[in-house]
Every structure is written in C-alpha cells, then in structure tokens.
Design a protein around this ligand. Sequence first.
Ligand SMILES: [Zn+2]
Length: 355
Amino acid sequence: MDTARALSANLASLLRREHSALGAFLVALADFDRRRAWMTLGHASLFAYLHRELRLSKAAAQYRKVAAELIQEVPAVGDALGEGRLCLTSIVEAARVVTAQNWETVLPRFFGLSRREAMEVVAELQPHPAPPTRTIVSPVRTAPSEVAAGPAFARPALPLEVGPAGNCTPGSSSELTDREVNTSARTHRPAEVVPLTADLRRFHLTVSDRFLEKLQAARDALAHARPGATEEELLEAGLDLLLEEAAKRKGLVAKPRKTPRPAKADHIPAHVKRAVMERDGGRCQFRLPSGEICGSTHQLEFDHIEPVALGGASTVDNVRIACRRHNIISARRVFGDGWMDRYAPGKAALPAETG
Ligand SMILES: [Zn+2]
C-alpha cells in the first residue's frame, strides 16, 4: 500500500511537470508566432514550422498552432494549460468561442473537459443554424477472407481534412461514435442517402484510396479558381463536365469559340510551363532551412527565380513551381516588406493557412 502511494505520488509529480512544460512551450510558441519568426526561418506558416522543423505530426502541430494563437489573444489560456486545468485537445473547441472580451466567464467552462464535452459547451454557446454538412472518411473493415492476411480491427476514423484527433479522456479517444465507423465488409453496397431536411441529404459512399487521391488532386488543381471548395462542389463540378461532354457528343452544345488573349510581360509560354511542371514534379521547389524542398501541392504558381521586374526571363531555367505562400515569401525577400506592402498590397498578404 505504501509503495503504491509512493508510486502514485511520483506519477502525480511527473504529470504536473508535463503540464508545466506544455504550458511553457505554448507560451514560448505564442511569442514565436507573434514575431513571425517562422517566416524569418523560411517556413510558409506556423503549422509548417511545427510539422517540418519540429517534426510534430500534423494533428499535434494543428493543436499547438491553435493554442499558440489563442494564447496571443487570451494570455490566461497559457496559465490554464500549464496548471493542467485546460486540456490541449479541448483548446480547438474553446478557440471557437473564447475571446479577449468573454474569457473570464467562458474559459472556465472548458476546465477539465474532454474534447467531446468541450464540443457540447460550444454547441450550447454557439448552436448550429443548420444541420452540419460534413465529410467523414472512415476505413472499411476487411472481409473475413482477408483477416489472415492483415489486421481486422477498424482503425480510428479521421476527417478528410487534416485536423486534430484525439481526446483527453481515455476510452473516448475517437471523435466519432461507433455508429459512424463503417464496420461492414468490403463489398460494393449502393450509396446510402439519408434525408436531413427538405432539401438536404446525407450521402454515404464507399470509395477507394485512388478516388480520394483524385479528389485531393482536383482540390489542389482548383485551389485558385475555387478556393475552399467543398467535396460536394468539387464532385458537382466534375458531374457538370461529364454532362456537358455527353451533351456535346449528341451535338447539343456548340464548341466554344477561341478568343486570343494579349501576352503580358510575365507571360510564360505553355511549353515552358509544361517543362517546368514536369521537371519540378508538380511540387513547390522552395528550399527550407533544413535543405529539403517544401514539396507542397497546394495553390501552386509559376515563380520567376530572377523576377521579371529585374529582367528575369520566362525560360525553363528561370521558372520554378512554388506554392502561393512561398511565392510571396520569395518576393518579399527580393523586394523587401516595405516595397511589397506599398506597391503590391494585393499580393503582399499571405493567404489564409489551410494546413
Ligand atoms: Zn511551398
């Protein structure tokens, strides 16, 4: 009994140190973000810094990014984390409703809560005006014949968007209920449609990894034209193309007339674009301090290494692929923050981080 008490006291002491270290880390991270030190180090965002430089998983990086941002607005959040009253996973929920104005009354409502419980508090403070529309991608349990070849348990389901997962309280480690985790055998069932309201339906569909890869590729390809498009919008756009093509085959739609467009000073010929895209493998080529390239496939642009304004040519050697954020960071390095803010305000602001 005495030994058990001593062991427990040791665990409690270690746990206090864990909370205290986490609080100190996040307060320092908030200061790091306030100074935009990640940008000085060549990273596209605080999230990218945490993931690429500190090697945190995407979920772990996302939690810490949200916490660091909230601490900048409400410093008391740092104390609550350091004292173990606030759990890192419930921060993401608290950040939806806690503000510099209301924190004294609202923040304590999240003390000691798991993420699931924190979601309930948010729902109470900020009810959904309409039924939630969401995309959940959950692995399908393997068929009995495949059990011998691999594990048969269902992995925890993850949202399609990269987001935090996990929970403070053991036993409720997944965000999703059992009902939402599809445990049926891998057979092709017809898509399931559940009515939600007069004109909203929930659509369950079993798809392959290949399908999800194509969906992500479509999202990346349309990041400029349709930023933040939902899965429904992407799929509907694809269906529109199919229907249009079918109508054309039947001669229902005339071919659109081509109108020549004047070339701009920074125009990059199609053959150069093709060669650059092939050489760079469709990935951002910005070099990080660690020596590796960024490699992002999101919001890609053709970046003149020697800028056009400084006489750079639109040749394969002088053009590379860069993500939008790194294109802007490169321009800021060449022209300076002052010039960019004054003469290119539209291009100067970093676009919202999408993780
Ligand atoms: Zn990049």
